[in-house]
Design a protein around this ligand. Sequence first.
Ligand code: ADP
Ligand code: MG
Length: 407
Amino acid sequence: MRRGMSTCVISVDIIYQWQVGSFLFWFVLAMYFDNIIPNASGVRKPIFYFLTPGYWTGKGGNKMEEGSIFSCIGSVPPVEHVASEDQDVLEEETLVKQQAMDGIVDPNIAVQIHGLAKTYPGTTKLGCCKCTKTSPFHAVKGLWMNIAKDQLFCMLGPNGAGKTTSISCLTGINPITGGDALIYGDSVRSSVGMSNIRKMIGVCPQFDILWDALSSEEHLHLFASIKGLPPPSINSTAEKLLADVKLTGAAKVRAGSYSGGMKRRLSVAVALIGDPKLTTGMDPITRRHVWDIIQESKKGRAIILTTHSMEEADILSDRIGIMAKGRLRCIGTSIRLKSRFGTGFVATVSFTESKKDNSNASGDSHEPVKRFFNEHLKVEPADENKAFMTFVIPPRQRETAYGKDGF
Ligand SMILES: Nc1ncnc2c1ncn2[C@@H]1O[C@H](COP(=O)(O)OP(=O)(O)O)[C@@H](O)[C@H]1O
Ligand SMILES: [Mg+2]
């Protein structure tokens, strides 16, 4: 070795320090990018989220953002306010606004929706020196309503009305872009509020999210642990829920071999883990045994059900809201909506032929029925054949016959 040249020695200690240092560096960087890069639902934290005191103290509710981190900021237009033409919707809106202004928190209200709006940002493409963006879409344009405790609120509406979007905003899957919603007083806009909400909410999605290889008992154990139920209570909770949804016999059978109805019932059981105060997004297929479970589950919690089925809404709900194109179009009890918008009752009378004499029987029995409907309700048969006779009774006649409140 020549004189004057220093030797370059890298000790194992230095290598070790470098490895630990670079691990920490990449770990912090990964955590940072995990927070600021939008997740599958487009939700992300602000770029400087770690500078907000709320992030470290867990108080104050730092807000979530959405869209790409490189999106053209501020280009989402606000939803223009259009007053509803429906009297009931206007009354509901005025009531909720009044309560919000006065700061009234009615203990009988589970969910207060204050002008909830959701705009999906258009997609952004970064070209050479230019940012091209497809136009944003207003999926929910300002909902104002209260959802009461111990009741089932049914959200009806055609495809694309904004039902799923509203539910995913209430459950925190999608961040809301306007207004607010309070669930038992906690705001969905605040991350602290949202963590409280997650503890008292159960969601039953439109499609069963189940694992074929797990049995119903294992599903309930898994979800109960994720929800943070105390381990000693998990067994009894699972047993009770399995009995409620009539799956005790299939508790140890893998979900992959279940029928569609059994899978739906298991999804309902998963949504009811931990006795949530609010159960939402329930979208059961028209099956009577699921209806029974829902009727039973109403006690002690608020349920929001979204469906396409008028029959389901009629049977299960205490109150119905109908949405279209992102707005609430009408709201009220099933009887109220029927009396305002329904064509009336359809009464179908069926006739069975007499075995003794079938030559003239139908004609003979038809006449008194027709006379009865004509005298009492002033209606003629809308449809008539040998075996059936159908009468459409308009709401006006129904009121005459049964009093103003109907049945
Ligand atoms: N992630 C999304 N990005 C852009 N538009 C969306 C997204 N999700 C839903 N939409 C649009 O929002 C509208 C409301 O959708 P949705 O809430 O699913 O309606 P519903 O559940 O009442 O059928 C639809 O027109 C739909 O195309
Ligand atoms: Mg939907």
